[in-house]
Design a protein around this ligand. Structure first.
Ligand SMILES: NC(=O)c1ccc[n+]([C@@H]2O[C@H](COP(=O)([O-])OP(=O)(O)OC[C@H]3O[C@@H](n4cnc5c(N)ncnc54)[C@H](O)[C@@H]3O)[C@@H](O)[C@H]2O)c1
Length: 279
């Protein structure tokens, strides 16, 4: 399998969930992987984030499929930390041509209850973090002058919105504006820019006790994974409760590979039809 032969992919949020799945999928197809993850919890996020052990496990799994990686701990909110990861990747592999701005957090709160601090944190992490990622990697991509592919993991909520998700939805909708602008700005250099819009994906972001309790029917007490599935399944046209991370990775692989050489400025739903169903 060599759909990514000769390519080097930079994936943020690489320690677990979709990011890990993207790393393994791209590595299996021949890409070298540069990965970044914060590997600790973040204030105002109500569930645990990844650990250093998770990032190590991603490295092991990349190796298991015959891949090579440079994985670094760092925070996408900190430009210097993103730049350090890019530098480490360039030192190891010479160039980066594929960028997956995947790091993100789900922050829940009503418009009347959510603090300004939580709002700013969400925008800073999900939107400005992606901007920092692009800014860190673009100079070397442009200097190399060999094109490339930049992707943003947005969300179905960027277009549909959701109650109690104003900050999250706004941060993800912001990624669409960023994506569309960069597509115009970078197209003449053969750098393609697209966003991916998943519905609910089976990762630790949603598979956690805090989310189960949030989504459990009123009066039930402690929630569980069945409550999550029961709540999410009706949103899809296709008969699936949650999407596997691999479903998103398959879209990432397509947009990263030369098979999508003529596709840019696309906001691609990977959502089992939920955007159409929800309107
Ligand atoms: N799971 C879903 O239902 C779902 C649906 C739509 C979109 N998304 C988006 O998909 C992306 C991946 O999420 P996931 O489902 O794999 O969740 P996840 O929580 O399993 O993975 C997110 C990863 O990002 C890392 N991260 C968080 N903040 C970071 C920071 N400041 N710097 C660097 N790394 C950081 C975390 O440590 C974690 O490893 C996110 O952008 C999320 O918003 C998720």
């Amino acid at each position: 399998m060599s759909r990514m032969a000769g390519k080097v992919a930079f994936v943020t949020g690489a320690a677990r969930g979709q990011g890990r799945s993207h790393c393994i999928t791209l590595a299996r197809e021949g890409a070298k992987i540069v990965g970044l993850d914060i590997c600790h919890d973040v204030e105002n996020v109500q569930y645990p984030l990844a650990t250093a052990e998770d990032l190590e496990e991603t490295k092991r799994l990349i190796k298991e499929v015959g891949g090579d990686s440079v994985l670094v701990q760092g925070d996408v909110r900190e430009p210097a930390e993103v730049a350090a990861a890019v530098e480490a990747g360039l030192a190891a592999f010479g160039h980066i041509d594929t960028v997956v701005c995947n790091a993100g957090v789900w922050v829940f709160g009503s418009a009347t209850e959510q603090s300004l601090h939580a709002w700013k944190d969400t925008i800073d992490l999900n939107l400005t973090g992606a901007w920092n990622t692009v800014q860190a990697v673009l100079p070397s991509m442009l200097a190399r002058d060999a094109g490339g592919s930049i992707m943003f993991t947005a969300s179905q909520m960027a277009t549909c919105g959701s109650p109690n998700a104003s900050a999250y939805a706004a941060s993800k909708a912001g990624l669409v504006g960023l994506m569309r602008s960069l597509a115009h700005e970078l197209g003449h250099r053969r750098i393609r820019v697209n966003s991916i819009h998943p519905s609910t994906v089976d990762t630790p972001m949603v598979q956690n006790q805090w989310m189960y309790d949030l989504i459990a029917p009123p009066g039930k007490g402690a929630g569980d994974a069945h409550d999550l599935e029961n709540a999410m399944a009706p949103m899809h046209i296709l008969p699936v409760p949650l999407l596997p991370a691999q479903a998103v990775s398959d879209a990432v692989l397509f947009l990263a590979s030369d098979e999508s050489a003529h596709i840019t400025s696309v906001a691609l739903p990977v959502d089992a039809g939920s955007t159409q169903k929800l309107g």
